[in-house]
Design a protein around this ligand. Sequence first.
Ligand SMILES: [Zn+2]
Ligand SMILES: [Zn+2]
Ligand SMILES: [Zn+2]
Length: 208
Amino acid sequence: MKPDQSSSASCEGCGTTRDLCLLLYNVRYRASQRRFCTNCVLKKHEGLFCPICFDVYDDSPPPHLRLMCHKCPSFAHRSCVVSSSGSDSTPPFYLCPPCADPKFTYFKLTSENPTVNKANGKGDKVDLVAACAQNAKGLRAIDLQSAKVLVAAARIAASSMTKAAAAARIDAERRCKEAALARKKAREALERVAYLAAKEKDAKGFST
Ligand SMILES: [Zn+2]
Ligand SMILES: [Zn+2]
Ligand SMILES: [Zn+2]
């Protein structure tokens, strides 16, 4: 890997590089376009998906079917919280996974990938093969969860960019109208100047 490549392809949220997080998504966040890794897309859009089953909400689940995190705007399906807690009732204070554990990451490839061992001078290729073998041997549940996490992040990023495109279109149309109005005003001002100049000329013509 060339260092300049990895630095240009790093997450603007946490700085992780594309090599370590697989994907970077373009999203519209706080009025500007950013590139975020899977984790950051999800952590910065809490409230758009269930942090347990990774369903992206088309419509918010009704209040009696959801549980709001005690610390942040994230909310989960009540049924997901109940089944993941292993008890029959909902906990008195629900905390979403990142609030419950500040070190929590949605996408775990990095931490479970012991292979990026630059000290061992045998080259990355061997390490990557070992990494794939290791991942393939890993629990299926983790693979499935990683896949769901990726899909959720991709859906959130796609809808963010669709909204950004619609907003950009509205903005462009508004600017077009403003430009047309400014052109009209400029033309009127020029006509007025021409009219006044002609009038002045006529007046001078009369006086001499
Ligand atoms: Zn990130
Ligand atoms: Zn859920
Ligand atoms: Zn939370």
